[in-house]
Design a protein around this ligand. Structure first.
Ligand SMILES: [Zn+2]
Ligand SMILES: [Zn+2]
Ligand SMILES: [Zn+2]
Length: 232
């Protein structure tokens, strides 16, 4: 088998392959590399060096890891042979995002070999496809932008982070884990307490609390049997 480099464009070389099976064939460098490794022979030392510039040898890794290997970012590793249990931190790319966003993260090769998969697909890292803003826009509307440092786009809907939520009914500001609001649909504890006790919310709101100006004119005495938040 002989290989001849015929063109190089954007660091990608094309080679002419000539052997018994392929009398004359133009192939990409990556295919060429696979062909050479499959046959476990390198006949041309010059081409061998050029192929090594493409990046490290990852042939010992699982097929999925080879596929998710970020060739461009990890190119600085030169021609190192990457062992499956290497503790080297390298970059990975996953193309399984339901919304088509790139999932890019850093993890040791060892972690990946032991089964740690894409954190975005696993829901432990936030992407547009799993954020609270995307999965629960209704809950995200209650987000307290003044008290919470980040936004609903910065957390997954399953995040255990405690966030502040201003109640749009009684204006009581309360805290709850994001995942509790998303999965258990928890509500304002003040409103829940009022509803449980079966008594009207008789507390007269201040201007700021009322939010709605006509609530200032609510007749608590005559409307004693009604829960004020039912009236809008
Ligand atoms: Zn995604
Ligand atoms: Zn992913
Ligand atoms: Zn409330």
């Amino acid at each position: 088998m002989t290989l001849t480099c015929v063109a190089t464009w954007r660091n990608q070389s094309s080679f002419m392959l000539e052997d018994d099976q392929h009398p004359l064939m133009l192939i990409r460098a990556s295919d060429c590399l696979a062909a050479i490794r499959a046959q476990q022979q390198v006949q041309c030392q010059a081409i061998h060096q050029e192929l090594n510039q493409l990046g490290p040898n990852i042939s010992q890794l699982k097929p999925q890891l080879q596929q998710q290997w970020d060739q461009e970012t990890n190119a600085h590793l030169g021609d190192a042979v990457i062992k499956p249990y290497s503790r080297r931190n390298v970059q990975w790319v996953c193309d399984q995002c339901p919304d088509g966003h790139p999932h890019i993260w850093v993890a040791t090769v060892s972690n990946r070999t032991q089964g740690k998969n894409c954190p975005y697909c696993a829901g432990t890292a936030v992407c547009a496809h799993n954020s609270l803003a995307t999965l629960a826009p209704g809950i995200a509307l209650d987000w307290d932008y003044a008290k919470n440092s980040l936004t609903p786009h910065n957390y997954t809907a399953h995040s255990r982070v405690r966030a502040s939520w201003p109640c749009h009914i009684c204006h009581h500001s309360w805290e709850a884990c994001i995942t509790n609001r998303f999965q258990l649909n928890t509500h304002c504890p003040e409103c829940s307490r009022t509803a449980r006790q079966g008594r009207p919310n008789s507390k007269k709101p201040t201007v700021a609390e009322a939010g709605l100006h006509y609530m200032l004119h609510w007749d608590h005495e005559r409307n004693a049997q009604m829960v004020c938040f039912l009236v809008k």
